[in-house]
Design a protein around this ligand. Structure first.
Ligand code: 5GP
Ligand code: ZN
Length: 143
C-alpha cells in the first residue's frame, strides 16, 4: 500500500515526531497552517473517521485532548482547532485517518466557512432526513 502515514508510522519515512506509543504517533504537519500544527495518527491504517473502530477512536480522541493541551501550553497559544477532513470534497488529501491539531493565535486568520440560510420549513425537512437514518441504525451505537 502506498500510504505516507503508514510509512511514517513504520519509520520508513521521516517526520518530526512529538509523541509515540504502541498504537499512535503524532508528528508535525509538513505544510503547517500555523507553526506547531500537529497530526495525530493511528499506526494501523484506517481510511477515515467512519472506518476506525470506536474503541480505537475513543483512545485516539483522549490522546488528541491531551496533546491539544500540551501544544497550547508549549506554544502559549490562545486556542486551537481540532479538525478531521473526510473525503476529497471535505479536503482530505491523505486517506489514512488523522486529527489535525492547529494552535491558534489572536488575529492569525479566519477559519469560518460561509454560512447559508434555511428557507421556510426547510430546517425541519433536513432534520427529518437525518433523524430517519439515525433511528434506523441506532442499534449499532451499543453493538
Ligand atoms: P488532510 O488534507 O488529509 O486532512 O491532511 C493531510 C495533511 O498531511 C496535510 O496537512 C499535509 O500537509 C500533511 N502531509 C502530507 N504529506 C506529509 C508528509 O510527508 N509529512 C508530514 N509531516 N505531513 C504530511
Ligand atoms: Zn496508511
Amino acid at each position: 500500500m502506498d500510504c505516507i502515514f503508514c510509512e511514517i508510522a513504520s519509520k520508513s519515512s521521516e517526520a518530526e515526531i512529538v509523541f509515540e506509543n504502541d498504537k499512535f504517533i503524532a508528528f508535525l504537519d509538513i505544510n503547517p497552517v500555523n507553526y506547531g500544527h500537529t497530526l495525530v495518527v493511528p499506526k494501523k491504517h484506517f481510511d477515515n473517521f467512519l472506518t476506525i473502530p470506536a474503541n480505537e477512536l475513543e483512545e485516539m480522541t483522549k490522546l488528541t485532548q491531551y496533546l491539544s493541551g500540551a501544544i497550547k501550553r508549549a506554544l502559549k497559544a490562545d486556542g486551537f482547532n481540532v479538525i478531521s477532513n473526510n473525503g476529497t470534497t471535505a479536503g482530505q488529501s491523505v486517506f489514512h485517518f488523522h486529527y489535525h491539531i492547529i494552535p491558534r493565535f489572536e488575529n492569525d486568520f479566519h477559519i469560518k466557512p460561509r454560512t447559508i440560510e434555511y428557507k421556510h420549513a426547510e430546517i425541519e425537512v433536513y432534520a427529518e432526513k437525518i433523524k430517519e437514518v439515525v433511528s434506523k441504525y441506532e442499534g449499532l451505537l451499543n453493538g
